[in-house]
Design a protein around this ligand. Structure first.
Ligand code: HEM
Ligand code: SF4
Length: 538
């Protein structure tokens, strides 16, 4: 569209308000491949906002973007993993003047996506062409869209699962991509998860919409939860008392998104996620509204088949396929070099059935490895760094993108997570600290899900007489399985004190824990004042 009376390209408006993901994708490709990407940048905020519809998010470094690649159910084949690794090596390149910032890496996210940084708009047509060739997209990975559909990372492999939801994940994903009226143009983002396994690795209750396995009479299907999420107004999703069969899942997805569109607030973006609709309508009315939009008679919830525990998939585990195992690699804070992903793809191809899966704990799984070859795989150099037999904190640490890339980041959360986890692992080497989750977020948006961790760290700024300095709010005792969000035990703690406090608390835990008491259970029986005392300056 040409705006105003001046008919030059400089005043051209690239995007129309009504442009959806498809139009934005075509235009970015067109401008990028004809050397005119700068026109998009010149248009400022409104154009940059549109880029989110195609998974492109403005990073702190001007002219450089984060590209979030959508990986439904976290499921890649080795060739897709290789292409993504190559893209990181070739395009995630910092400019010369940014020498101290990392480059050529990728991030595995808590919603089973992959993110690249340092991406330039004029490189996007080439990156997308390569991704499309192997059937991968970044469409609707950011912005006010139906985000990546997450699922159990070992769907189809887990010996105890109720059903393999992989085909359903693909079907749901296709539906929201092919129908932008359900996949975009929403009041805000909408996160969906589905699982057929008995664990809760999908973190059902922090999703806008979740399908968990259930049985009703003789039928196996899903119970539906709605209205969960974290950020700065956390809420656990409510049981909507609805049961659907696998064939009915897409209709239930459509009905729920429609309720969000009908009742959601398109104006006040700060507090307008689906959980606000559920909160304001009430659970019963939300159920009724969803039920009215279903093309079949709604049925009340069935008997739930999930046990609610959370498996991290790290280690060598037997698959349901006789004679095969999957091997879960701990990738601390989810960050790896492009070259390392290329090597993981090679290993998946050489040792396994070619499958590479991404987990909600920012780790990676190689699937379909013949049992007799699993130990040889474990001996490979890549698995010395991303080991299936990690120490406690290397296994447990999850961190958000944060600075130097995310504009909201107060401190580099991934670096802090890595530093803390390696120093605690060194300090407690040889001690069994059991299962423990350490999550680090760079600001209160809580992308690293601090509220559901045993120990959550959230960066903040605090003041002394002279200046502002970086500090950390500490939360403890989150446990999604028990329906408990963590409590903030100490605010604005200087970073060195966090490390010292955690070290002391873990030492006391080792002394005082009851037989099989986990760290999470231990901190939940301490009072707030006791916990706070570990993080106070004396
Ligand atoms: C540049 C800014 C941001 C970046 C780079 C970022 C990055 C991420 C990433 C990587 C994830 C994990 C997985 C994914 O969705 O693919 C995530 C999840 C999340 N984000 Fe952000 N985010 C940003 C802004 C925000 C803001 C402004 C909010 C809220 C006010 C927010 C709230 C969340 C929450 C609550 C999650 C939790 C994970 C989940 O729901 O599964 N994010 N974000
Ligand atoms: S938690 Fe804050 S700093 Fe971290 S990625 Fe999200 S918005 Fe950025």
């Amino acid at each position: 569209m040409v705006s105003g009376s001046d008919n030059t390209e400089a005043t051209m408006s690239v995007f129309e308000a009504a442009d959806g993901p498809g139009e934005v994708l075509s235009k970015v490709k067109e401008y990028g491949s004809t050397g005119r990407s700068s026109l998009i940048l010149d248009e400022g905020e409104s154009a940059i906002g549109k880029l989110r519809l195609v998974g492109v998010y403005d990073d702190r470094q001007e002219g450089h973007f984060m590209l979030r690649i959508r990986v439904p159910g976290g499921r890649l084949n080795w060739r897709q993993a290789e292409v993504i690794g190559e893209a990181a090596e070739q395009f995630a390149i910092r400019p010369d003047w940014e020498r101290s910032t990392p480059q050529q890496f990728l991030e595995i996210t808590t919603r089973q996506d992959i993110q690249l940084h340092w991406i330039r708009l004029d490189h996007l047509p080439e990156i997308w062409a390569r991704l499309e060739e192997v059937g991968v997209t970044s469409l609707q990975a950011c912005g006010d869209t139906t985000r990546n559909i997450t699922s159990c990372p070992v769907a189809g492999l887990d010996p105890h699962e109720v059903m393999d939801v992989s085909p359903l994940v693909q079907q749901m994903n296709r539906y929201v991509l092919e129908h932008p009226e359900y996949g975009a143009f929403l009041p805000r983002k909408f996160k969906i998860a589905i699982t057929g396994c008995r664990d809760d690795c999908i973190l059902a209750r922090i999703n806008d919409l979740a399908f968990v396995p259930a049985r009703r009479d003789a039928e196996v299907g899903f119970n539906i939860y709605g209205g969960g999420g974290l950020s700065d107004y956390p809420r656990l999703a409510s049981d909507l008392d609805l049961f659907v069969t696998p064939e009915e899942v897409v209709s239930a997805l459509k009905a729920s998104v429609q309720v969000y569109k009908d009742f959601g607030d398109y104006e006040n973006k700060a507090v307008n996620r689906f959980r606000r609709v559920v909160e304001e309508l009430g659970i019963e009315a939300t159920r009724r509204e969803v039920a009215e939009r279903l093309p079949f008679a709604a049925r009340s919830a069935g008997e739930e088949l999930s046990q609610g525990s959370r498996h991290d998939h790290v280690g060598v585990h037997a698959q349901r396929q006789p004679g095969q195992s999957y091997v879960g690699l701990a990738v601390p804070v989810g960050r790896m070099r492009g070259q390392e992903m290329i090597e993981a793809a090679r290993l998946a191809h050489t040792y396994g059935d070619g499958g590479v899966r991404l987990t909600q704990r920012q780790n990676l799984v190689i699937t379909g490895v013949a049992n007799e070859r699993a130990e040889a795989l474990v001996e490979e150099p890549l698995l010395q760094k991303f080991t299936p037999r990690p120490a406690t904190f290397a296994r447990s640490v999850v961190a958000c993108t944060s600075s130097p890339f995310c504009k909201f980041g107060i401190l580099p959360a991934k670096e802090l997570g890595l530093r803390l986890s390696s120093s605690l692992d060194q300090a407690f080497a040889g001690n069994d600290l059991g299962s423990l989750k350490l999550h680090v977020s760079g600001c209160k948006a809580s992308c690293a899900q601090v509220q559901i961790a045993d120990v959550g760290l959230r960066a903040t700024l605090t003041k002394d007489e002279d200046s502002l300095y970086e500090a950390v709010d500490v939360s403890m005792g989150g446990s999604l399985g028990d329906g408990r969000l963590a409590e903030w035990v100490a605010l604005e703690v200087p970073v060195p004190k966090v490390q010292q406090g955690l070290h002391e608390l873990l030492t006391v835990y080792q002394d005082q824990r009851a037989d099989s008491e986990t760290f999470g259970q231990y901190v939940r029986r301490l009072d707030q004042a006791t916990l706070r005392s570990y993080f106070q300056e004396v």
